[in-house]
Write a protein that binds this ligand. Structure first.
Ligand SMILES: Cc1ncc(COP(=O)(O)O)c(C=O)c1O
Length: 364
């Protein structure tokens, strides 16, 4: 079958005149790195999240690494992390010299706090839960766990800008949190970008230092950091989009509701929003044992899908040396999940076309 001339992408970034004007103004300013746009964006991000500080950096991976360093992790330290996440969550832990301890998923595909508790040892220092697909992890349970075992909590909010628990923004619950501005994310840049959010003055100061060669001032380097700085063009675009973030997330939620109505009765597991949570549908992930066939059927009709993620992080060759244990739920779910097209810029008609194609596949 020939794909229709207009295909439906998995995600569609925002590009319009207001964003272009902001970027052009940043070009004209002749200040390109950590200038006024970055400073304003840091203040606006912190205010949005309800933290004292936001520290912009080159990616969420960099943000995780800097925060882990600022938290003082050392070789031998163990950090609880869900296996079902993007590899960078785990990579940053390894890069900071600590050991990831992989935790299985709960019914919402996020870190299972009970499984996490069972994996605590005297070497455990912290926990990095991930608000996966835009759905907050069970925050009260994770906070209880952290308190009970004296662990710090670092939220990976790379996929969840604007998500909330009982009306409070994710990113404000832990000692620190990170966001990613990768172009498909809920708050997207036009390239890579990330931020650390924290109300801890020392962590913020240390991250500012680490992102700029460990500098105390122009000429004095207090420690070995790296170049993980952010730039004015991206910050200018992000400032426009941050003002639209709630509306963009509302649109994602509207499209998720449209999918749910359209796919009702189809033998497909649909994403569920947990009680207390505001899910911001970074991804719209369904599950079926016929995942491969369904993906191929949609591809033939010009509909792009994705799998986030087909290989669980605890089964990645890069961490084979750790000899991670089996995680049955994670290993099962990765064979069934499929991400359908979703972004604030998809049209109702596109979502309806995906729904029709999925229904056609199941013969409904
Ligand atoms: C959950 C999660 N954590 C961390 C990252 C890393 O983000 P970045 O690409 O900004 O380094 C990603 C991005 O893929 C992610 O989805």
């Amino acid at each position: 079958m020939t794909p229709p001339s207009r295909s439906i992408p998995l995600s569609r970034p925002s590009v319009d005149d207001e964003i272009k004007r902001a970027v052009l103004a940043a070009i004209d300013s002749r200040q390109y790195i950590l200038g006024p746009q970055c400073r304003e964006l840091e203040a606006e991000l912190a205010a949005y999240t309800g933290t004292r500080h936001a520290v912009l950096t080159s990616s969420a991976t960099a943000a995780l690494w800097m925060t882990l360093r600022a938290l003082g992790v050392r070789p031998g330290d163990e950090i609880l992390v869900p296996s079902h996440t993007a590899f960078p969550t785990v990579e940053a832990i390894c890069f900071a010299g600590a050991t990831p301890v992989f935790v299985d998923a709960d019914d919402w595909y996020t870190l299972d706090p009970k499984d996490a508790a069972a994996r605590v040892t005297p070497r455990t220092v912290g926990i990095v839960p991930v608000h996966l697909y835009g759905q907050p992890v069970d925050l009260p349970a994770v906070q209880d766990l952290a308190t009970r075992f004296g662990l710090w909590l670092l939220e990976d909010g790379a996929q969840a800008q604007g998500a909330a628990w009982d009306g409070r923004a994710v990113g404000s619950f832990g000692r620190a949190a990170v966001f990613s501005f990768y172009p498909s994310k809920n708050l997207p840049a036009m390239g890579d970008g990330g931020a650390v959010l924290t109300s801890d003055d020392e962590i913020a100061a240390r991250c500012r230092r680490l992102r700029d060669h460990g500098r105390l001032n122009k000429d004095v380097h207090a420690e070995v950091g790296f170049n993980l700085r952010f730039n004015e063009l991206q910050a200018a675009a992000l400032r426009v989009l941050l003002r639209r973030l709630d509306a963009m997330n509302d649109r994602r939620r509207e499209l998720a509701a449209r999918y749910a109505r359209g796919l009702a009765g189809v033998p497909l597991e649909l994403p569920a929003e947990r009680e207390h949570a505001r899910h911001v549908y970074h991804l719209y992930v369904v599950a079926t044992p016929r995942r491969q066939e369904l993906a191929a059927f949609l591809k033939e009709r010009g509909i792009q899908t994705g799998i986030h993620y087909p290989v669980p992080t605890h089964r990645q060759p890069a961490v084979a040396r750790l000899d991670p244990p089996a995680l049955p739920r994670t290993e099962r779910l990765v064979n069934e999940i499929l991400s359908l097209p979703m972004s604030a810029n998809h049209t109702d008609a596109e979502i309806d076309a995906v729904v029709d194609a999925v229904r056609a596949f199941f013969g409904r």
